[in-house]
Design a protein around this ligand. Structure first.
Ligand code: FES
Length: 101
């Protein structure tokens, strides 16, 4: 695993997320009310970009068919999603968001 700096913390508003491509690996970085999280950006149902969806608390809703994942664990929590998304550790260092990919 390698820590990568992906954004300034102030560039991701609370309740929003961004997609970053790290060595051909799309990662969604979320700013939830209790901190930052990161998952694979690719929905495990049909490869939709999750960062184009809607974040409610710690639940990301896929914009394509409405499946949902818990961004803290990657668990699929709503049909049609049944397989989890990969999660990554996140740290904020001196105002910069780092992801362990
Ligand atoms: S592609 Fe995400 S729920 Fe179908």
């Amino acid at each position: 695993m390698t820590w990568m700096k992906v954004a300034k913390a102030t560039d991701i508003a609370v309740g929003s997320m961004v997609r970053v491509d790290i060595e051909d690996n799309p990662v969604a970085v979320y700013h939830a009310e209790d901190g930052f999280y990161a998952t694979s950006d690719t929905c495990t149902h049909a490869a939709q970009s999750l960062s184009e969806g809607r974040l409610d608390g710690c639940i990301i809703s896929c914009p394509k068919h409405g499946g949902k994942f818990d961004i803290r664990t990657g668990a699929a929590v709503a049909f049609p999603c049944v397989y989890p998304v990969e999660t990554y550790d996140v740290e904020v260092r001196d105002g910069e968001v780092w992801v362990d990919v």
